[in-house]
Design a protein around this ligand. Structure first.
Ligand code: ADP
Length: 419
């Protein structure tokens, strides 16, 4: 009998996890957000045996529903690539006695202030940070060193992440983030009756951004790749590029590795993938912005790691999730090629009337896949709200410079018209 894995809130436009599950002959039950169920159900997805609509933020009912499923079709593992579902996935694994990434790690992972507190306890570089749990804490902004970054404690995808250069901007930013919490995130915060999911204010780390993909096996971290993510300066942090491997000095590479290994330990992650975003400060030290105990970018990290190193990250992660031991091998220092993700920028907002350049981009040999998420007729909201990215161009190149040149070309080639 094929193994049965429950996959929670997967973006179905990013195919890697479905494809790799099929290659491993794993059967998937896909749990959809109730507002996505009807769109998803009409699509035939590799390895997916059934789709169920469950509101995981109504936690008790959701767990009961999946316990019922487990009784008539035993579940071997549970997994998510969606940040907002990491906590629930971990709780479900606990309830059904399934393999999980760590003991209590979800508590630190879903709450950016809990994560920072853990980092302080484990000698990990932390920017100065303060927490606003209640609007009466707002005077905290007087004691910060500017610029700062304001963000929801339980946010994801840069939703409501805002840079502020002075107290007035900070006050406006906090009000904007509070509105985003009320509209979207309070509901998802699984905070036992507390309807304010909170805000964290951090010192702005002014330097290049990197992302490390790691895999933890029985508490032992292997760093699979470190990629470059540009140098976004805000005030909103729309994602732009991801190129791996990054061009790093040996000493910075080693310092990033040390921070990632310590962070995995601090967060209690003992098995499975982690996706860690960092920025290098003026003091040349790497500071972790966030760790996700999951494959990053809904599966994009799998593409990057597989193309640039040959390691099948999704395969390792799926096997670990169903309790099969993974043989960690094939980690070597030389990359096979440069792999990257060019995230199509929104460059505006309103209703999309035209998407230009896609056909030509698809014809180029550097383009391995083009995943388009928004189309003519979709509405893009202005930042700090987040309507999703227009699309990803996933590419490979012989060398770093070729990748940079290709992305410069893409910048002019792809454009979106709005009304
Ligand atoms: P999310 O989980 O919503 O993606 P992050 O904490 O990862 O939020 O922040 C999103 C982006 O905002 C980061 O990738 C980075 O570009 C920027 N950012 C966040 N915190 C800081 C900070 N302290 N200093 C500089 N940039 C930051």
């Amino acid at each position: 009998m094929k193994k049965h894995l429950v996959l929670i809130y997967q973006n179905i436009d990013i195919p890697f996890i479905f494809e790799e599950a099929e290659a491993l002959e794993i059967r998937l039950t896909l749990i959809n957000r109730p507002d996505h169920q009807s769109d998803h159900q009409s699509v035939k997805l590799p390895a997916v045996q059934r789709q169920i609509s469950i509101d995981i933020f109504n936690e008790e009912e959701a767990i009961n529903e999946l316990k019922n499923l487990n009784e008539h079709d035993p579940i071997d593992g549970v997994m998510t690539l969606f940040d907002g579902a990491v906590t629930f996935t971990s709780l479900l694994a606990e309830e059904l006695n399934l393999p999980k990434s760590g003991e209590n790690s979800h508590i630190h992972l879903r709450d950016k202030s809990a994560m920072r507190n853990q980092f302080s306890a484990y000698d990990i570089n932390n920017p100065q940070y303060k927490v606003i749990d209640d609007m009466s804490d707002i005077n905290i902004i007087k004691s910060m060193k500017y610029p700062v970054v304001i963000k929801p404690k339980t946010g994801f995808s840069s939703l409501g992440v805002i840079k502020a250069s002075n107290e007035q901007e900070a006050k406006n930013g906090i009000e904007a983030v509070q509105a985003i919490n009320e509209q979207t995130l309070d509901y998802m915060s699984l905070n036992e009756g507390n309807s304010f999911s909170g805000i964290i204010i951090e010192e702005y780390i002014d330097g290049p951004e990197y992302v490390a993909e790691s895999f933890v096996n029985d508490g032992e971290t292997s760093i699979l790749s470190i990629g470059y993510k540009g140098n976004p300066t805000g005030p909103y942090f729309e994602e732009g590029i991801y190129i791996a491997p990054a061009q790093l000095s040996q000493s910075l590479k080693e310092e990033i590795e040390v921070q990632v290994i310590r962070a995995n330990r601090a967060l209690g992650i003992v098995n499975g993938p982690t996706h860690t975003e960092l920025r290098v400060g003026a003091d040349k030290a790497p500071y972790i912005l966030e760790v996700g105990a999951r494959i990053g970018g809904s599966g994009v990290s799998h593409f990057i790691v597989k193309e640039s190193t040959g390691i099948n990250l999704a395969k390792w992660s799926l096997c670990t999730a169903i309790g099969e031991k993974v043989k960690i091998s094939n980690i070597n220092e030389t990359s096979k090629c440069i792999a990257g993700n060019y995230i199509i920028p929104t460059k505006g907002h309103g209703e999309i009337t035209k998407f230009n350049g896609i056909h030509n981009v698809l014809k180029q040999e550097e383009t391995k896949r083009l995943l388009q998420f928004l189309n003519v007729g979709n509405f893009v909201e202005a930042y700090p709200n987040f309507s999703g990215y227009p699309g990803f161009v996933l590419t490979t190149h012989k060398n770093y410079e070729a990748c940079v040149n290709y992305y410069k070309w893409l910048q002019n080639e792809i454009s979106i018209n709005y009304k």
